[in-house]
Design a protein around this ligand. Sequence first.
Ligand code: MN
Length: 468
Amino acid sequence: MSPLFSYSWTMGVVVRNGLVVTAQGRSHLDVRCRDGRIVEVGKDLESLSMEEEVDATGQFVFPGGVDPHVHMELPVAGTVSSDDFETGTTAAIAGGTTTVIDFVHPERGQGFLEAFEERRLEAAKSVTDYGLHMAVTWWGDGTGDAMALAVREGMPSFKVYLAYKATVGLDDADVIRVLATARELGALVIVHAEHGEMIEHLRERLASEGRTAPIEHALSRPPELEGEATHRVATLAGTAGASLYVVHVTCRQSVEAILAAQRAGWDVHGETCPQYLLLDQTVYEADGFEGAAYVIAPPIRPSEHQEVLWQAITDGTLELVATDHCPFNMSQKALGIDDFRLIPGGAAGVEHRLSLLYTHGVAAGRFELERFVDLVSTQPAKRFGLYPRKGSVTVGADADLVVWDGEASATISAATDHHRCDRSIFEGFRVSGRPSVVVAAGQVRLRDGELRVERGSGRYLPRAVGAV
Ligand code: MN
């Protein structure tokens, strides 16, 4: 289990002369960290002995990134996603993310708390702090009570899948039960919104026609089926009076459904991910089987959807950017070399969320630094009950800081990634801006390219209801 003791061995850290940027504004300030917390924020803080000094002159200082959608060591389609909690959270640190939220996926018939304890054992390897969402993969007599217990264990957010009904997905009647129970508990329902039955129909039809290549994955899950499911579940949540959060929004149809729900006064929110902002459907036409690296669900869309998503994160229709980090090596993707339906779905991304958003959002002039911090740190912390402990630079908050060198540049490659994955869906992407120093829970975990992570130093973060 995660350690309850303090593992600090220096007297603290002071980050000096940086431009501190939060979701609310920016100011030149020093930040002092001790015993895992921010203890002082101000100008020209005095020097103390036994303290590690970080000179952030000419750089930005952000609250550490919060990625609320990752899947470490997740069993999928006969294999397991290739980053475990240690390697995946190490990659997170390398890219400036200091908190992740993963999932508990009970087997059908398995008790939620038993599944939670098993997941805690796996997650205890984490080098960053972590929270967990509870996936409601089945509904039975005790499920409502089990949801209440999950809230007490710090998981006031419940994932439901409208697709994958053979394994984890729920039919609408059970989705409505989850929505109604979550409303009673003041909890949030998180949804993977695609029309599962129609996708199954299209997958079987394409396969029966001998169409087996990775591009068929995209063609079997068109944006209309994501838009329909988003509209349907938003309507169910709105009329049930429940709060809803739509993961990995990829397309115009879903953005329009979320906007319509918000205009109806419903408590409906959404995220997108860098791969949907930056890649287009032609990735599936890569030579040979290489398109399999991009097999994720929902799939990468035709390019006309990208600008809709950029507009949505700029104007707030979509409130944050997560990754859906779920890597598989090519040897694992090869399970589906003769049949796209057997390719494990997922790709690596937790390391590059900040640099891609900074490059294509801030440096490209789409939005300001404050909006960037909101998208990658503050809003995820608020939505999932971690704010202001995470997502802020204030006295008393956890000392999770990113010193960001906006002048640095790099080229993304699987060869240099910290992800445990032999393909990068962003291979060759140039990025400007990188973390030069990362402080997590008051410890310097990255400095000038050197990682100083410690297996098991991450703590489980119980999260509170209604913190937004
Ligand atoms: Mn996911």
